[in-house]
Ligand binder design. Structure first.
Ligand SMILES: CSC[C@H]1O[C@H](OP(=O)(O)O)[C@H](O)[C@@H]1O
Ligand code: ADE
Length: 288
């Protein structure tokens, strides 16, 4: 069934705001999972509703390992989002992904270790598929929007999510290359997993800011990341606007909209009422 789009944008390092939304307003959203990183900027571009959340909060107070991704995704779902386009600063693990290039991510390797990575648990045990972790429709439209804005783009990349907050050792960086990772960051996991659990199609556009440290004699620092994000900031904002302007008028259903249909294993008479209460937004479609 066709419906309206409501696009959630998660802004990464260097992207704490988007300009030019009509009827814009920062709104605080409460969630059963605690506080999101910030208020959500709600507005629209033409007929498309837009909800923008700066992943680390305005001014970047929140560290990657302390992000409350459950609250962030729940807040976007509560704010009415149908789909999420996430933006991240990334280190490049490949010569041909030079700083400044945009990267449309297709796969993930999750090396994070100390983060709440599911909405579910005892009383509502659920296993969603992460075989294809991003939404191909959103990813394709994101790639086209970058190209339309004259950005350099690489598609089909594998993103390694590391715990951080320290950058990698040189041995780790070299190992991740051998594993087949193309880019590295600290935030897209468990964000992408949680989006899938919340039945929100998710795409990730990375902006390469550095070559991490796998090249001899080189290492990454925050100044390098910030400088690259500043020089690419306008292009990133233009890309987001182009992506939204180019959406088809109506949103056709996505298989991800019903990701929970074959995922819940707990029998209904074993459901835990306290758990169900917290899932009112995330699994509201199933729980009624
Ligand atoms: C500021 S350098 C490291 C920092 O940048 C990336 O953040 P985000 O993915 O939110 O753009 C990386 O994952 C680290 O959190
Ligand atoms: N080299 C890198 N490692 C992890 N996260 C990053 N974000 C930007 N560059 C990064």
């Amino acid at each position: 069934m066709a419906s309206e789009w409501c696009i959630g944008i998660i802004g990464g390092s260097g992207l704490y705001d988007i300009e030019g939304l009509e009827d814009e307003q920062w709104i605080a959203i409460e969630t059963p999972w605690g506080e999101p990183s910030d208020e959500v900027l709600c507005g629209r571009i033409g007929d498309v509703k837009v909800r923008f959340l700066p992943r680390h909060g305005r001014g970047h107070p929140v560290s990657p390992g302390e992000l409350n991704s459950r609250a962030n995704i729940d807040a976007l779902k509560r704010a009415g989002c149908t789909d999420i386009l996430a933006i991240s600063a990334i280190g490049s693990l490949r010569e041909q992904i030079e700083p400044g290039r945009f990267v449309v991510v297709e796969q993930f390797i999750d090396r994070t270790v100390s983060r709440e990575s599911t909405f579910f648990g005892t009383g509502f045990v659920t296993h969603v598929s992460m075989a294809d972790p991003v939404c191909p429709r959103l990813s394709e439209m994101a790639g086209k929007a970058i190209a339309a804005c004259k950005g350099k783009v690489a598609v089909g990349a594998t993103y390694l999510a590391m715990e951080g907050p320290q950058f990698s050792t040189r041995a780790e960086s070299l190992m991740y290359r051998q594993w087949g990772a193309d880019v590295i960051g600290m935030t897209a996991m468990p964000e992408a997993k949680l989006a899938r659990e919340a039945e929100l199609p998710y795409a990730l556009v990375g902006m390469a800011t550095d070559y991490d440290c796998w090249r001899e004699g080189e290492q990454v620092d925050v100044a390098q990341v910030v400088a690259q994000m500043q020089s690419n900031g306008e292009l990133a904002r233009d890309t987001i606007v182009k992506f939204i302007e180019n959406l088809p008028k109506k949103r056709a259903a996505s298989p991800i909209d019903t990701a929970l249909d074959d995922a819940v294993i707990t029998a209904p008479d074993e459901h835990e009422p306290a758990m169900l209460a917290k899932l009112d937004a995330v699994a509201g479609r199933l729980l009624g």
